[in-house]
Design a protein around this ligand. Sequence first.
Ligand code: PLP
Length: 484
Amino acid sequence: MRYISTRGQAPAVSFLDAVLAGMAPDGGLYVPESWPALTDGLVAGRETPPHIASGYVAHSGYGFAAGAAMASLSGGAFNENQAWDLAADVYHNEKCWPPAVTPLVQIGSGAWLLELFHGPSLSFKDVAMQLIAPLYDRALQERGEKLTVLCATSGDTGGAAVEALKRRKHLDLVVLLPKGRVSEVQRRFMTTSEADNIHPIEIDGDFDACQAIVKAMFADRDFATRARLSAVNSINWARILAQSVYYHVAAQILCGQGPVSFSVPTGNFGDAYSGFVAKRMGAPIGAINIATNANDILNRALETGEYARAGMSVATLSPAMDIQVASNFERILFEALDRDGEHVKRLFGDFAVSGRFEIPATARRFLREHFTSWTIDDEETLSSMKHAFEHQGQFVCPHTAIGLAAAAKQLDEDYPQQLGLPIVHLATAHPAKFPETVERATGVRPELPAKCADLFQRSEKFDSLPADAEAVKQYIRERSRAWS
Ligand SMILES: *Cc1c(COP(=O)(O)O)cnc(C)c1O
């Protein structure tokens, strides 16, 4: 199976090429040419229900599912045994993960938290980034190539990329982080690696400015080729693949009579789209609830049918979701338009010019069939954190709180397709990544886990640049080992 661009103008490529490139040369995003059905590995969970003890699923199940997903989506790059070996190395690693990898914790009748934050940098971004690192290693070793990996981050992707890629010989990682828009814990995960292949840069702008710099560097084809650019943002297909696994695993553990719903704190739409991928491959998933903060382009798109940017992003208590333009929306629109790349290209052409387009009626129906959406403000975020602490005994990060609050609204509104179905709330970051906000909501300051308790004693190293693609290009020319 090969990978095609959502804009229909780029040649189809192999799985590893899609992962290395990050983005297609026509400006589109790579998606699989067709959707494979669940393989035996992914269905196994249904036949032999995994052992659940106090909400925790056994270890081996996760790597098995991840290997199966890799084998079916890698288009022959890995056979099942190779994929299982690779996934087992990544996920059955006690230094990185608890036995369940992504534990499910029951918080009410039919309500669960899916804890995705037990990896090295304490957010769900680790789940995918830890898998991407060996994929890069393998591809670069095979080809004898070097890469410059770019990462624009709203806070958590950067830390996960640094943890996964530090000291890898074949690549440099350039992290663009928005100045003043990330928490201190988030920043420290990016700036304290002491690895000489890691280059954190504080950009004088917001996340959208960082993302725009990445896109501009890719658009300069000569520069992109000479620097051997790759991107590990959520536009990278490997991240989507890796994230679809916890949806498969959670849905299969919990599906009894019917499908399972998910509530997903959403920024760039990578995580929510990963849920759609799992569903499309046959996992028993009902509605996927898109929960946004005040940066609500997706909620407005679903409600009004117009996808329109609204100026600069607003700074909120959930900074990892302070994103105006949700890149992965292009992937779901491609599906919603019956995979018509020409049409997607036209719409995003309009968007580049006027900052808006009208979603065609059939596509809108498709979106409403699979997704619901809500916007949660800072006040509601705080009261959701307080509620989780006082009534469910859970510290949750502000992003997770948005997913919880959105799901609560959903039940209030009596959504018929939701009632009676189990619902899984994605817990996307560890509460200790946002200690001030958690303390403000609950009166208690959460502690960093023991494995990173020394984070504030480590020394920081980073550079600062204006929000200007030319300045970042010059920086890369001077430092990247891939530049030629
Ligand atoms: C990145 C992030 C999100 C948003 O995920 P997307 O895939 O960008 O929609 C939500 N919560 C946290 C903690 C994050 O780091």
